[in-house]
Design a protein around this ligand. Structure first.
Ligand SMILES: [Mg+2]
Length: 238
């Protein structure tokens, strides 16, 4: 029996990645004033720096800003000006301060799912930023529990399920990232509702799931989430 439904935060409840992509575009424009390097290569260098730094900085805009500074210094052979570094730090602050804008229909979707299941918000990233977004979203009252975690892997989901004393087959996760929201849960024996967002950070695209994964239902919009969960409810009984 399907008991607990987890919801991702960024790009599932509220818009997020667009702010990071806008920051990336401005970063490329700044670096482009110093070196004649294709935007694609600048993006790959930045992605490499961010990935190397994830274990130290974790996810989120503060780590992004520090990785921008580091990448700008290395890519320009330390010629990047102090005022441009100042601007990179400001870009990070702007991402941290963006308004929280819910995806259309998500409040109603979470409320509808909560009529049949316990619902938990499982979001990763910078603790201050995530706490602020949860508060500003006005959705926290809908969730039985809110988990802000540093990584969304099998160990994290196992711990959350342990706290609810549930088996993986009793749990489904709703989210936009196959890598963070869907694959680790399905690998444990749980279920997934994948709702792709129109833009995705390259790091989150990597996953090992097949095309026709029987434990995953894909939806286009929040309004389809309650029916997708109902479908998994039926599948989970068989
Ligand atoms: Mg997300």
């Amino acid at each position: 029996m399907l008991q607990l439904i987890g919801f991702d935060g960024d790009d599932t409840l509220w818009h997020s990645e667009g702010y990071y992509q806008a920051a990336q575009a401005e970063f490329q424009a700044i670096v482009g004033r110093y070196v004649d390097v294709a935007d694609g290569e600048v993006r790959q260098r930045m992605l490499g720096t961010e990935r190397r730094n994830l274990a130290l900085f974790g996810y989120g805009a503060k780590g992004m800003a520090l990785s921008m500074v580091e990448t700008a210094i290395t890519i320009t052979d330390a010629r990047v000006s102090a005022s441009d570094i100042h601007r990179l730090v400001a870009i990070g602050k702007e991402v941290l301060a963006h308004p929280v804008e819910l995806l259309p229909g998500i409040r109603e979707a979470v409320a509808a799912v909560a009529e049949h299941h316990e619902v938990v918000l499982i979001t990763k990233g910078d603790l201050f930023h995530q706490e602020k977004k949860v508060k500003q979203s006005g959705l926290s009252g809908l969730f039985h529990r809110i988990e802000i975690v540093s990584e969304k892997d099998a160990g994290t989901y196992r711990r959350v399920l342990g706290e609810f004393a549930l088996a993986p087959a009793q749990f489904a996760m709703v989210g936009n990232s196959l890598r963070s929201d869907i694959e680790p849960v399905v690998r444990l024996g749980g279920w997934g509702v994948h709702m792709p967002y129109h833009v995705t950070w390259e790091h989150e695209l990597e996953n090992g799931l097949g095309e026709d994964e029987p434990h995953v239902v894909t939806v286009d919009a929040p309004a389809q989430i309650p029916a997708a969960v109902a479908r998994l409810r039926v599948l989970a009984v068989d």
